[in-house]
Design a protein around this ligand. Structure first.
Ligand SMILES: [Zn+2]
Length: 203
């Protein structure tokens, strides 16, 4: 029993100096993004069920708790100022097979992560009526449009602006066609879209 407690303690201490979530306040900190792959590894390779379960619980907290105001974004390899929840969700989605093998809670975590969808624009075409049609790659599962989204344009130096997705069609491979209104000029291939509400999640 003490061994399990120690291992769980070690796992917790790995989490970016201890304490990336504050349970009492229901808060999550940006360090949770760095801790996510560590937790996913514990779910996959943890020696004991209790450790796997503890890691899964912490992943739920990391994804679902609110960050403190002003600390709700992280820089990632695929863009800066990404909403923290969406950055964590993307790492979780990349390990679907591991989580599916972990039963009902693993599948629930995948379902939760799918809601933090992401679109990467590949090609755009301005229509005569001023709307923009784009071919994009979809990850995750958006609610039916219209949907407010925040637009990130490479090299991601400018703050994200809000646009509206009026139509979205996607196949199971993630190939998508979207229609946007209120689109600023300068939107280029490689631009990304995230749920606008995710950028507003904070205490
Ligand atoms: Zn999100």
């Amino acid at each position: 029993m003490s061994t399990t407690a120690n291992e769980t303690g070690d796992a917790a201490s790995l989490l970016a100096g201890g304490g990336f979530v504050c349970d009492h306040a229901g808060m999550v900190f940006p360090a949770a993004y760095a801790a996510t792959p560590i937790l996913l590894n514990l779910v996959e390779h943890g020696q004991r069920p209790r450790i796997k379960d503890a890691a899964l619980g912490l992943l739920f907290d990391a994804l679902c708790a609110l960050p403190p105001a002003g600390h709700n974004r992280v820089d990632t390899a695929h863009g800066t100022n990404v909403p923290l929840c969406c950055a964590i969700a993307r790492r979780i989605r990349s390990r679907r097979a591991v989580l599916r093998a972990h039963g009902r809670y693993g599948r629930q975590l995948i379902a939760e992560a799918e809601l933090h969808w992401r679109l990467t624009i590949e090609e755009t075409e301005l229509q005569l009526d001023g709307t923009l049609t784009a071919i994009a790659v979809l990850e995750g599962t958006p609610l039916p449009p219209p949907a407010e989204a925040e637009l990130h344009v490479p090299p991601f130096m400018q703050p994200a602006v809000t646009v509206r997705i009026d139509a979205l069609t996607a196949d199971s491979s993630g190939a998508a066609c979207i229609q946007l209104t209120q689109t600023p000029s300068g939107i280029i291939p490689g631009s990304t879209l995230y749920p606008a509400e995710c950028g507003l999640r904070e205490h």
